[in-house]
Design a protein around this ligand. Structure first.
Ligand code: SF4
Ligand code: SF4
Length: 158
């Protein structure tokens, strides 16, 4: 059975440098975990149940950010509202100081695939068009017998 350090969570965060403040995530979240002020959109770690409903609709991907954090001390809503950028991930030492062990085996949430999501495999041909075939390369002997070389003659085009 996979070991998961219960003292660590993957905290769901929004990148304020990429977010375009479109409100899609806040209107999508079924539990009201996403809020905003005039500056940032943020996720309340205590309310977020990792359902991932907000991930596919986000047009920028800014909502798909995660940090290993001590379960007892995640970033607060107030702290996130003041961010200009996401903080760097905590190192193992910092997590240990906070009483948590860095454990990359902590399961990463996985976003569901929307039923109407575009799937290129549904539309793409498995047979490449004839025009995708690489052009046949003439051999140098064939070129020289035809009075040409394989080097382009730029002067002739001037
Ligand atoms: S959906 Fe994405 S871009 Fe829009 S407000 Fe939410 S995080 Fe920002
Ligand atoms: S993962 Fe689910 S609960 Fe968490 S913020 Fe997104 S929609 Fe809300």
């Amino acid at each position: 059975m996979e070991h998961v350090d219960a003292s660590v969570i993957r905290q769901h965060l929004i990148d304020p440098e990429i977010c375009i403040r479109c409100n899609t995530c806040e209107s999508t979240c079924p539990v009201g975990a996403i809020t905003h002020d005039e500056r940032n959109y943020v996720v309340n770690a205590a309310a977020c149940n990792l359902c991932m409903a907000c991930i596919p609709p986000c047009p920028t991907g800014s909502i798909d950010n995660w940090r290993l954090m001590p379960r007892a001390n995640p970033y607060s809503v107030e702290a996130q509202l003041g961010w200009e950028a996401l903080p760097e991930p905590l190192g193992a030492d910092q997590l240990a100081e906070a009483g948590a062990a860095a454990d990359e085996s902590a399961p990463a949430p996985v976003a569901p695939i929307a039923e109407d999501a575009f799937n290129v495999a549904d539309y793409a041909s498995t047979v490449p068009p004839w025009s995708a075939a690489p052009p046949a390369r003439a051999s140098s002997s064939a070129l020289s017998s035809a009075g040409r070389t394989s080097q382009p003659n730029c002067a002739s085009t001037l």
